[in-house]
Structure formats: structure tokens, C-alpha cells
Design a protein around this ligand. Structure first.
Ligand SMILES: C[S@@+](CC[C@H](N)C(=O)[O-])C[C@H]1O[C@@H](n2cnc3c(N)ncnc32)[C@H](O)[C@@H]1O
Length: 197
């Protein structure tokens, strides 16, 4: 099964399942999100971040799944937002064309998180910032259950075996500004990064 197919099936139920757990987290982590720039929202999904983002940015949301994009369209509420159907691992945007980027619940979803992170770094301007929110194993974490579940889950919804530090090691142009544990005993983290000049 492809991720596009499974997220097409998930789309009508996505908000019901995800919104209650993450609304507060989104509100808190997006409180100081920068204003006045061009912002890439990778794997925008149904647009659950949109209500918490500052109004005075220009947003470009990309997602693989048309059914998810259709729902984010309904959540734009006057935001300056362009929606693009595409792959976050092969972004259809020029180098250094965004001031900031968001990767919420997408870096650990795509088959190749290194490629997704590298592509996001490529389209960021030097000094641009990236906020990542997702579930990551620690480098020394064995997590046998999550690694076993990953064999199935990676094909239908998300990977559960991604180690952020290993992913970041492949993208030297990004440096960590902050790394905050959130839900699931720190399995979910909010990581802010900056593209080196
Ligand atoms: C778990 S949802 C996250 C949605 C949203 N970012 C959020 O925080 O609620 C993952 C989203 O990534 C999309 N997706 C999966 N693979 C993708 C890819 N290669 N490129 C872009 N989007 C992708 C899915 O269609 C889905 O909308």
C-alpha cells in the first residue's frame, strides 16, 4: 500500500484522531513563530497548524495527498496560502526561496527522512529557520516494540524507527537551536534548527 493511498483513506478521520492530542502542543510551539516572510509547510495535511500561525507570512503548503490538501484548503481562513501537491523529498521549489519552514508529523512519515530534511534545508535561505515536530528514537534507544511495529506501520502511516540525530548527521547545513521533549515521554519532540550562513 502506498502512503498516498493510505492517507487518502485516513483523511476524513485524521482531525478526529490527531487534533485532541496536538492542538495544545501546536499552540505552544508556534507561539513565537516568525512573521513577515515566506514559509514552507511540509506535509501540511489537513492544515491543523494553520490556526496557530501568524497572519503576516506568505505560506506554501505541500502534501502528497489531494484528499488531505482539500481539507487544509477549508482551514485557510484568510491566510495568504498556496497549496501544492507534491513530494517533500523532491521539492519543486528553487534553492534559498523560503525564510522559514515547518515539518510537523512528516519527517518520520516519509520513507527517506534524510532526503526530506536535505530538501527542506536546500530551499531555506541562509539564516532561515526550521521547526520539526515528530517522534524520534534516541541514538542509543533499543525500542524493540516500535522497531517491530515499524515494519508494518511505515507502509500505511508513519515510520517509528527514525533517529533524528542520524537524520541530521546527513544534513550538515542545519544546526540545532533547541530540542524540547513533548508527548509520549519525550518520544515526540519539538526541534528548532537554523540553516548555517
Ligand atoms: C501525519 S500527517 C501530518 C499532517 C500535518 N503536518 C499535521 O501536523 O497534522 C502526514 C502527512 O504527510 C503527507 N505525506 C506523506 N508522504 C509525503 C511526501 N513524501 N511528501 C509530502 N507529503 C507527504 C500525508 O499525505 C499526510 O498529509
Amino acid at each position: 500500500m502506498s502512503l498516498r493511498f493510505s492517507y487518502t483513506l485516513i483523511a476524513p478521520f485524521y482531525d478526529l484522531a490527531i487534533r485532541p492530542a496536538f492542538d495544545k502542543v501546536r499552540q505552544n510551539t508556534l507561539l513565537d513563530f516568525p512573521s513577515g516572510g515566506r514559509v514552507l509547510v511540509g506535509g501540511i495535511g489537513t492544515g491543523l497548524d494553520l490556526p496557530f500561525l501568524p497572519r503576516d507570512n506568505h505560506y506554501v503548503g505541500i502534501d502528497l495527498t489531494t484528499a488531505m490538501l482539500r481539507q487544509s484548503q477549508g482551514r485557510r481562513d484568510g491566510l495568504d496560502l498556496n497549496l501544492v501537491q507534491g513530494d517533500s523529498q523532491r521539492l519543486p521549489f528553487a534553492d534559498a526561496s523560503f525564510d522559514h519552514a515547518l515539518l510537523h508529523l512528516i519527517l518520520a512519515v516519509v520513507p527517506n527522512p534524510e532526503q526530506c530534511l536535505a530538501e527542506t534545508a536546500r530551499v531555506l535561505k541562509p539564516g532561515g529557520t526550521l521547526q520539526v515536530l515528530d517522534k524520534f528514537l534516541r541514538p542509543d534507544e533499543r525500542a524493540p516494540l516500535r522497531r517491530t511495529l515499524n515494519v508494518l506501520l511505515r507502509h500505511v502511516a508513519t515510520r517509528t524507527d527514525v533517529v533524528f540525530e542520524h537524520t541530521l548527521a546527513r544534513v550538515p547545513s542545519l544546526k540545532i537551536i533547541s530540542d524540547e521533549p513533548l508527548l509520549g515521554g519525550g518520544w515526540f519532540r519539538c526541534i528548532r534548527l537554523e540553516k548555517c550562513a
